[in-house]
Design a protein around this ligand. Structure first.
Ligand SMILES: C[S@@+](CC[C@H](N)C(=O)[O-])C[C@H]1O[C@@H](n2cnc3c(N)ncnc32)[C@H](O)[C@@H]1O
Length: 200
């Protein structure tokens, strides 16, 4: 898998976590990736249906679970990450409130306009095809629904986060791809994340 941000296939266990190294990478991400600040930008309202693309070990799912969302869904291509992310939520999965599936940004497997909000963190830079991913996010977001796309960076990046941040010209491509399909595109700089928000 070669991400659109690179000329070479991604080999890191953080990009596509597999096996023991992938699980260790997942545990590391759970400890280090900051996600809670995103909730303020996402503003989940009672009864909403939320999709997370690339949930990884499930750091954001743990926060979403405490919101008044009616349905919290996710797609990620890594079975190891699905196990890790699903672990703390067995009861809510059985009750149908949380639904974590295997899937990718360009093929989520969900119906048209199925979600009030779609969020993706530290993930967009790994997609093989930026445009195909954006098309799919647009398809599954209901008219008037919100999209948030976040990547390492922001106004107070840690040394690790700074190393992982995308160059400005690639951030500009993300913003352009959003503007091509969504309205109200804006950019926010959280302490450790650069976040693009838009409305379908
Ligand atoms: C760096 S981790 C980030 C996980 C989590 N969002 C976080 O911030 O802690 C990247 C995740 O993206 C997933 N991923 C890789 N390619 C993907 C794709 N094409 N579509 C969706 N997710 C993908 C990986 O399996 C991995 O779980």
């Amino acid at each position: 898998m070669t991400p659109w941000t690179s000329d070479e296939p991604a080999r890191s266990p953080f990009a596509l976590p597999r096996g023991v190294r992938g699980r260790l990478a997942g545990l590391f991400m759970l400890c280090t990736n900051r996600q809670r600040d995103l909730l303020g930008l996402l503003g989940v309202r009672a009864g909403e249906r939320i999709l997370e693309v690339g949930y990884g070990p499930g750091g954001l799912i743990r926060h979403l679970r405490r919101t008044p969302a009616r349905l919290i869904c996710g797609v990620d291509p890594s079975p190891e990450m699905r196990d890790l992310a699903a672990g703390p939520h067995r009861a809510q999965i059985a009750a149908g409130r949380i639904d974590l599936r295997i899937g990718t940004a360009d093929r989520t497997g969900f119906a048209d306009a199925a979600f009030d909000a779609v969020v993706s963190v530290n993930n967009v830079g790994l997609w093989p095809d930026l445009e195909a991913g954006m098309r799919e996010l647009h398809r599954v977001t209901r008219p008037g629904g919100r999209v948030l796309i976040a990547w390492h960076g922001g106004r107070r990046p840690s040394p690790l986060t700074r190393r992982l941040s995308l160059p400005e010209h690639q951030l500009a491509r993300v913003e352009r791809a959003l503007r091509d399909r969504f309205s109200g595109v804006r950019r926010d700089e959280l302490p450790g994340l650069t976040v693009f928000g838009a409305v379908r």
